[in-house]
Design a protein around this ligand. Structure first.
Ligand code: SF4
Ligand code: SF4
Length: 475
């Protein structure tokens, strides 16, 4: 039975924790791996099947160079075959750094008296959003500390404010949030503000470690956090993003924990998470953790490739915590979303909020400091289509990642044309002359590739309309 604190509603049927520590440990300890098995499992994934825990463990325990290479090549092939070259772009926006928890790895922890606590005022928030819009952003993730200030009503109001800010051709079309787990009623209030994805990370699925690094506050309750997505689903939020903070415990355990979480949501709610995030521990002010589980670059690239194969139809998010070099490498393994031009200081985007920026309020360090314009230029140089597409969300097509993966022709008919249209908007409104040339050349090539598809003529018509100044066209 899960312990629910007094202020939260206890459901009639208590939600049951679904992580079995002994089971996961035995998969890691006892699963043997050989090259033949690895090849078969990769093929299963390429045939669009999610992998079992045991199959994932076989990939995790494959230590020979030949198998590791095959896993990385398999992930690349899956990305090429299934997702094509689109990369969705977003930006994080920090709303406030009040926090009641004490996570030993985070600079925002309650016990850190060195940082100044601050929540953006309405006017400051508007300036931040205007600034992001001026750079071309259309999709944001709002990040809230975990504190009683940030009630469901506060979160919903913030989301509404962000959607309301429009200037010139700029607007935010999808607001995702990263905020504390709520009870079911709280999630309902947030749902009604029309968020895109509700994102919350378990940090570590290993309960003992979880208790060691979450010293006090509501977050110390492992089960409350583990079952957050269940309550979100019960409240009607079916678009959720899960994640683990790699470096707190054995990376193999966390991969299996994530896969187990996906299985659980699919089994109970018939819909898996929309996205998986896999941030790696970065230095933070006042960080106090066991460094023996820090994940090396080699391990990190392996784990991204294995996750891609294990849950082939879940979106994968890579953030600017990673260096540009690592980001470029793992983009090939099936990452589908990255942030661009990120600033995680409160008030970090707007010139008018500069007075807030003199104090270091960052939660952790970013290692990719490229602007959105630079990220887009480099994506184009590498043949990727930067995309700001929000079409499914706005047309009420839910389960979009599953659809793009499983509905034949979905990507060619919808995702690729939509990516091209949002890229064209960006090129018209925000790009330098060099990026514009590069972008339209790429669009030309992609249209040739799509030429057998029936939408191409309509796509060309819509592209002409974008060039004439029309915005927000999609399929
Ligand atoms: Fe607070 Fe989140 Fe930082 Fe933990 S990780 S201290 S909950 S902001
Ligand atoms: Fe995602 Fe839907 Fe756009 Fe495809 S069409 S990129 S699934 S929002």
């Amino acid at each position: 039975m899960i312990y629910y604190p007094q202020k939260y509603i206890i459901p009639d049927e208590p939600m049951v924790p679904f992580i079995d520590n002994d089971e996961i440990q035995s998969f890691i300890r006892d699963t043997k791996s050989n090259f033949e098995q690895v090849k078969e499992i990769i093929q299963k994934s390429l045939d669009k099947n999610r992998l079992s825990l045991q199959e994932t463990a076989i990939l995790l325990n494959a230590n020979d160079a030949e198998s590791i290479e095959a896993i990385k090549e398999g992930a690349k092939e899956l990305k090429r075959k299934v997702y094509g070259e689109r990369i969705v772009l977003f930006a994080p926006l920090y709303i406030g750094n009040y926090c009641s928890n004490n996570c030993s790895y985070c600079g925002f922890k309650h016990s850190n008296k060195e940082i100044i606590r601050k929540t953006l005022l309405q006017q400051e928030l508007v300036k931040e959003v205007q600034s992001l819009e001026k750079n071309g952003h259309k999709r944001l993730v709002l990040a809230f500390g975990e504190h009683q200030h940030y009630t469901p009503e506060f979160i919903a109001n913030t989301v509404n404010t962000v959607y309301s800010v429009k200037q010139d051709n700029g607007e935010i079309r999808r607001v995702n949030i990263n905020a504390a787990p709520q009870d079911i009623d709280g999630f309902r209030i947030i749902r009604d503000s029309k968020i895109g994805t509700y994102q919350i990370f378990q940090e570590t699925y290993h309960e003992e470690t979880y208790k060691k690094v979450h010293l006090s506050g509501m977050k110390r309750n492992y089960e409350w956090r583990l079952t957050a997505m269940d309550r979100a689903q019960e409240a009607g939020i079916d678009d959720v993003g899960i994640g683990a903070l790699f470096g707190l415990y054995d990376w193999k355990y966390e991969v299996l924990g994530l896969v187990r979480h996906v299985n659980h949501l699919e089994a109970v709610y018939n819909v898996g998470p929309h996205t998986i995030s896999f941030p790696r521990i970065q230095l933070a002010s006042e960080m106090d953790i066991d460094l023996s589980y820090i994940v090396s670059d080699d391990e990190f690239t392996r784990l991204v490739a294995i996750l891609r194969l294990a849950v082939p139809y879940t979106g994968m998010i890579l953030t600017a915590r990673e260096s540009a070099e690592i980001r470029d490498q793992v983009l090939q393994f099936g990452v589908s979303q990255i942030d661009g031009g990120s600033n995680i200081e409160l008030g970090g985007y707007s010139e008018e909020n500069k007075h807030l920026q003199n104090i270091n309020r960052e939660q952790f360090t970013l290692n990719d400091n490229r602007s959105l314009a630079e990220v887009i230029h480099e994506l184009l140089e590498h043949g990727y289509i930067p995309s700001f597409c929000t079409a499914c969300y706005r047309m009420g097509r839910t389960g979009e990642h599953f659809m793009e993966f499983s509905v034949p022709g979905f990507i060619k008919k919808l995702c690729s044309p939509n990516a091209i249209l949002t890229l064209a908007e960006y090129l018209e409104d925000y790009a330098s002359p060099e990026t514009k040339i590069l972008g339209y050349n790429l669009i030309e090539d992609k249209i040739q590739e799509l030429a057998v598809d029936t939408n191409v003529r309509t796509l060309k018509d819509k592209l002409d309309l974008v060039k004439q100044g029309r915005r927000d066209l999609y399929f």
